[in-house]
Design a protein around this ligand. Structure first.
Ligand code: HEM
Length: 298
């Protein structure tokens, strides 16, 4: 409570957030960040259409962590588009700086995922049954990150029952008894046609008469600006794999080897994606990573 609350409140009314401002049009933290709206959007209860009262207190953490991920995914996409456009305009230094931000953001996901390891299996079990068939599998944000990074419709994505599925083949399946939601969206088709950071990098290599496959061997022969982008891409691929592994480990801890809520084989599915899916398949990421750690600026 403000000391001068009595007379001041008459002149300057309290906002919904309960603060009193000096000037009515001053920039104010709660409004700038839309905090009222933001908090009203955390509504945990998978069993109740109004989403009131969590089935267990940990369901609030579960919802908040997913929402934070979605906000960060949106920022991630925004930054990927900036990297791609900078590469197209030959602004390599800008592209490199933003790519470092993208790497840091991606590394952050593993830590964030770890929060869900503080939830016991029993407590998760108290609301998990009500989540099906919903799953992070349905996150369009994550798919746009994959596409704007370098995943193509015909990229190998997963092997199930000895059959290799390409990215689009796997995701673009109509709803059926095995798949509650068709995961391919028009926005993903649009993203594929717009091009990725990897497309832009490959074009830049062509201008320098360099084949993507030889980037890992050419090392110091590459123009410095091209090399630093190649090293950053290698570190980015590793960071995204780190996120996939952190997610896979939480899944194993929480549900063991059960089927996922979206009806995949759960950990077995995620393991296959980790082995099969690559953003930058032509780059010799492994050898470049050793070098990127030595010359690391991040
Ligand atoms: C207790 C925590 C979690 C569990 C048990 C879990 C479980 C699963 C499972 C089993 C799948 C495979 C699809 C299915 O059958 O449902 C999956 C996919 C996925 N989850 Fe989670 N998840 C958890 C947390 C998260 C979080 C916090 C995110 C962040 C957005 C997330 C994002 C994803 C994504 C993007 C996929 C698709 C991965 C791919 O297709 O390669 N998950 N999850």
């Amino acid at each position: 409570m403000c000391k001068e609350d009595g007379w001041l409140a008459l002149l300057r009314p309290r906002l919904d957030c309960q603060h009193i401002l000096l000037e009515p049009d001053q920039v104010h933290y709660c409004e700038y960040l839309s905090l009222g709206t933001l908090f009203s959007l955390v509504k945990p209860n998978a069993a109740n259409a109004k989403r009131r009262d969590p089935l267990h207190p940990d369901e609030a953490l579960f919802v908040t962590v997913h929402q934070v991920f979605e906000l960060l995914f949106a920022q991630h996409i925004f930054e990927l588009l900036r990297v791609r456009d900078s590469l197209c305009e030959n602004l390599f230094q800008d592209a490199h700086e933003i790519l470092i931000r993208v790497i840091k953001l991606t590394r952050h996901y593993s830590l964030l995922m770890g929060l869900l390891g503080t939830m016991s299996r029993d407590h998760f079990g108290m609301f998990r049954g009500k989540l099906a068939p919903a799953s992070g599998f349905e996150s369009e944000g994550f798919r746009l990150i994959e596409i704007y990074s370098g995943m193509r419709e015909d990229s190998p994505y997963v092997v199930l029952n000895d059959k290799l599925y390409t990215y689009r083949e796997f995701l673009d399946q109509p709803p059926s008894t095995h798949r509650a939601t068709c995961l391919w969206t028009p926005r993903m088709t649009q993203a594929c046609s717009e091009g990725s950071i990897y497309d832009a990098f490959r074009r830049a290599l062509t201008k320098h008469d360099v084949e993507p496959e030889s980037v890992g061997h050419l090392g110091h022969l590459l123009p410095r600006k091209v090399r630093s982008i190649a090293l950053s891409l290698a570190a980015y691929e590793e960071a995204l794999l780190g996120f996939r592994r952190a997610h896979r480990d939480i899944v194993e801890y929480q549900i063991g080897y059960q089927e996922g809520t979206a009806r995949t084989a759960g950990v077995a599915y995620l393991d296959s994606v980790i082995v099969t899916a690559r953003l930058f398949p032509d780059l010799k990421v492994g050898s470049m990573l050793l070098e990127s750690r030595r010359s690391s600026v991040w």
